[in-house]
Design a protein around this ligand. Structure first.
Ligand SMILES: Nc1nc2c(c(=O)[nH]1)N[C@H]1C(S)=C(S)[C@@H](COP(=O)(O)OP(=O)(O)OC[C@H]3O[C@@H](n4cnc5c(=O)[nH]c(N)nc54)[C@H](O)[C@@H]3O)O[C@H]1N2
Ligand SMILES: Nc1nc2c(c(=O)[nH]1)N[C@H]1C(S)=C(S)[C@@H](COP(=O)(O)OP(=O)(O)OC[C@H]3O[C@@H](n4cnc5c(=O)[nH]c(N)nc54)[C@H](O)[C@@H]3O)O[C@H]1N2
Ligand code: SF4
Ligand SMILES: [Mo]
Length: 739
């Protein structure tokens, strides 16, 4: 259990919100140990970094359905029948069952899925535990988000850059669509840059909020971003718009790149992307000629059939236009000198090389697995001082699809124990039916959660977690930007709740790893991590709300880049070593057919929710009561679909149901399926609280032909489907049905 802060009647502190993953520092107010209000920061520099999810934290943290007591399954798996037990009993039983599974199947039969930003206080101890145990099978939602982008960026220049949006004069948003209530700090930075005159180029099949304000909007066909960027590269090379000095001194593979982009003349790119050739050229010129331009990370190219190429092309464009590690460009921050990274705590050297090689995905889709991390190791050590440095938690993961296959079918070896912490696994990866089979085939599932999600409903043990207002923390950005931000506990956690720090420490001590888990509480581990700064957590808390070392630019001139050649690798030697094409390419996804005439894409995050969360929070759910498909008016008319009516989106492999929203800004022939919908209000009436009714993961497949080659990433952006009107799903509430 967490050590409860003493309850005084009223406390105010600075806390980092974890409701979404951008981490605004806010002021949190509690009374009698209970969070009562969230206020904007009192520093004008960050006061606008707050959204209506953040201000709903009191409703979330004090929600009547919040898990407060450890639960042990007594019925069939998923039947929602539980016995309340103590935390100590739960931990004893989990440890015993885990040891039996390891004895029977080996340590690699244990897998962990987590996202990390909401549980926050793991401090790398999950991987420390797995490494000591001997399992390489750790997966995360970041495999479909910035984590995999980080791993792929490192192939080109050894680090995941952070955009200097505030000083940029051109900002490229590849689908990425920050809004007032979606990634608010990034939205605020873009607004400020625009007010200073920055141009924005938005690439999106929809007239998104960002597209409405863009200097140029390229209304692309979903799934063709890599083709578009090959077109940009072609224009930039043909017209000599690159930084010739930087390319000569710091890049390798330029001629090979030129030969590759010559395969993509603009007419071909226009045909592939559905964007006019002249407009593509205009955008490429605007980007390349800008005095400081950024392509901020985007999840779009994390979720496509040619993800690796899409991400690599962004890296290549940044480099050849001279935007690396300069003001208004893409900063390679490096590590905070006063802070120990999670990687330093994870003990990767404790995992034997033969166990690392058993990591699921290591052989087949190696780019974010240990296999690539092993190749980068000496170069990371040379430039950044740490061999196993991880970024955005994404640089030595197992492949989720391979893990779920092993869990479901026992191939190439069985995975029988599954720990899910702060991650709604069932809905958060591709191929939900396979994930379901995988979970049903486990001998032990432990869910560490704050609400009874569909995933937790399938667990053997459900352990209540604490939340950000109840725990002390120093938020880093997972070695992406080198900022440290204070987060203070102001409220008391439920007596039987634990932080993830507590959970891993208590489990480790029970299975004999106690000597490696000697920190007794969060303050001790925070002191350990801050030690290089010469400060304790108490001192940090007293003196700093935030610590952001002054950026240094063009550091590569001293150190080279953390790649095998020490240069920017336009043709990647690591991809070549791994047996892949060292140059980027476009790989077409399955096209629409007569029977399945739409291109379906997932995403378009909804303002009131973070991913699969908050459907049970009244103040937020009322803003968006039901899931929606977006379609163009002409398509709706052809299919006799009316705005507000329920419809079924069918693919040859499955279907989901939602309401139609006719959007004139959609590209014709496209339909958007929302991510993350389940219906907490139907718990006890519908199987797994309606987890299969509207979730995008039901539709997305992950057969070998539909995975990105290098990383094994699923394709969420453009696959064939059709829409048919239907009855509303049975068992829904009036609110859901009528909105
Ligand atoms: N099918 C599909 N899969 C996707 C995506 C998609 O679009 N479609 N998107 C991908 C992307 S971009 C991302 S970022 C990931 C996100 O993946 P996740 O980070 O797993 O996202 P959430 O759905 O928010 O699940 C987080 C869970 O943590 C719980 N939680 C919140 N706070 C705490 C806490 O303090 N302690 C504990 N113990 N639990 C907590 C919440 O109740 C929630 O159930 O999903 C990826 N997966
Ligand atoms: N309120 C709120 N904010 C969030 C989140 C949330 O759940 N709720 N999630 C956070 C997280 S983890 C993430 S990853 C980000 C994601 O947020 P964004 O980066 O904004 O991504 P999405 O909202 O999924 O989709 C953005 C746009 O991509 C377009 N798009 C779809 N397919 C394609 C394609 O193939 N190519 C291109 N170029 N564009 C395409 C869509 O039309 C949409 O307008 O948002 C973060 N912010
Ligand atoms: S944008 Fe909103 S939900 Fe995300 S961290 Fe900031 S306040 Fe919290
Ligand atoms: Mo994400």
């Amino acid at each position: 259990m967490s050590v409860a802060p003493s309850s005084s009647s009223r406390r105010t502190g600075y806390s980092v919100c974890t409701i979404c993953d951008i981490g605004c520092q806010l002021r949190a107010v509690s009374e009698e140990g209970r969070l009562t209000r969230i206020l904007a920061h009192d520093s004008p520099a960050v006061a606008r970094n707050i959204c209506f999810k953040g201000t709903a934290a009191p409703q979330i943290h004090n929600h009547p359905e919040r898990l407060r007591v450890p639960l042990k399954r007594i019925g069939e798996r998923g039947a929602d029948r539980w016995e309340e037990i103590s935390y100590e009993q739960a931990m004893d039983e989990i440890a015993q069952r885990l040891e039996t599974i390891v004895d029977t199947h080996g340590p690699e039969a244990v897998a962990v899925s987590t996202s990390g930003w909401n549980t926050q206080t793991t401090h790398g101890l999950d991987r420390r535990f797995l490494n000591l145990l001997g399992s390489p099978n750790w997966i995360s939602g970041v495999a479909l988000c910035a984590g995999n982008t980080a791993a792929v960026n490192r192939l080109t220049y050894g680090w995941m850059p952070f955009p200097d949006i505030g000083n940029a004069s051109c900002i490229v948003l590849l689908g990425h669509n920050p809004r007032k209530h979606s990634w608010t700090p990034v939205f605020n930075l873009i607004e400020a840059a625009r007010a200073k005159g920055a141009d924005t180029i938005v690439v999106d099949p929809r007239v998104s909020e960002q597209a409405q304000k863009a200097t140029l909007h390229l209304q692309i066909r979903a799934g063709t971003d890599a083709a578009l960027l090959l077109g940009w590269a072609k224009v930039i090379l043909d017209e000599g718009l690159f930084d010739a000095d930087f390319v000569r001194d710091w890049c390798i593979g330029f001629d090979a790149l030129r030969a590759r982009v010559d395969e993509y003349p603009l007419e071909r790119v226009a045909a592939l992307t559905g964007v006019d050739a002249e407009r593509i050229a205009q955008a490429a010129r605007l980007y390349a000629n800008a005095d400081g331009a950024v392509i901020p990370w985007t999840p779009i190219t994390d979720q496509q059939l040619d993800s690796t190429s899409g991400i690599r092309l962004q890296a290549i464009l940044r480099a050849i236009t001279g935007n690396l590690d300069v003001v208004g460009g893409e900063m390679l921050h490096g590590l905070h000198p006063g802070w120990r990274t999670e990687a330093e705590l994870q003990l990767h050297d404790a995992l034997a090389p033969e166990q690392r090689a058993k990591q699921l995905g290591y052989a087949t889709h190696p780019v974010y697995t240990y296999r690539t991390a092993e190749l980068l190791r000496p170069h990371l050590e040379r430039v950044w001082g740490q061999p196993w440095v991880d970024q955005v938690m994404g640089c030595h993961m197992a492949n989720p699809t391979e893990v779920f296959r092993a869990m479901a079918d026992g191939k190439p070896y069985p995975v029988k124990a599954f720990f899910t912490l702060g991650n709604n696994t069932l809905l958060s990866y591709p191929n939900q039916r396979q994930i379901h089979r995988a979970l049903l085939n486990q001998d032990l599932i432990v869910a560490h959660e704050i609400f009874m999600t569909p995933t937790a409903l399938l667990a053997d043990y459900v352990l209540p977690g604490d939340v950000f207002s109840e725990r002390d923390h120093v938020a880093d950005t997972w070695a992406w930007a080198n900022r440290l931000t204070l987060s203070e506990a102001v409220a008391d956690p439920p007596a039987q709740a634990s932080s993830t720090f507590r959970f891993w420490t208590d489990l480790a001590r029970r299975v004999g790893f106690g000597e490696h888990f000697r920190w007794n509480d969060l303050e001790e581990i925070l002191d350990h991590r801050l030690e290089p700064s010469g400060q304790t957590f108490a001192e940090f808390r007293a003196s700093k709300l935030m610590d952001l070392p002054r950026p240094q630019f063009r550091k590569y001139r001293r150190t080279g880049f953390a790649t095998p050649s020490g240069k920017v690798e336009l043709a990647s030697s690591i991809l070549a070593d791994l047996g892949f094409d060292p140059l980027p390419y476009h790989r077409p996804a399955p096209a629409p057919t007569k029977d399945y005439p739409y291109l379906v894409f997932s995403g378009v995050r909804e303002d009131p929710f973070f991913q699969t969360g908050q459907r049970n929070i009244g103040v937020l759910r009322r803003r968006s009561p039901a899931p929606r498909f977006f379609v163009h008016p002409d398509d709706a008319k052809r299919d006799d679909l009316l705005d507000g009516q329920w419809a079924r989106l069918e693919t040859p492999h499955g279907h989901v149901t939602a309401k139609i929203e006719v959007q004139p800004g959609m590209r014709r022939g496209h339909v958007r399926v929302p991510h993350g919908w389940w219906y907490p209000e139907t718990r006890g009436r519908l199987d797994l609280a309606g987890a299969f009714i509207s979730s995008d993961a039901v539709l997305t497949l992950d057969s070998d032909d539909l995975l990105d080659h290098e990383q094994g990433i699923p394709h969420f952006k453009g696959y064939p489907g059709r829409l048919v009107a239907c009855e509303p799903p049975a068992g829904m509430s009036k609110t859901t049905l009528e909105g």
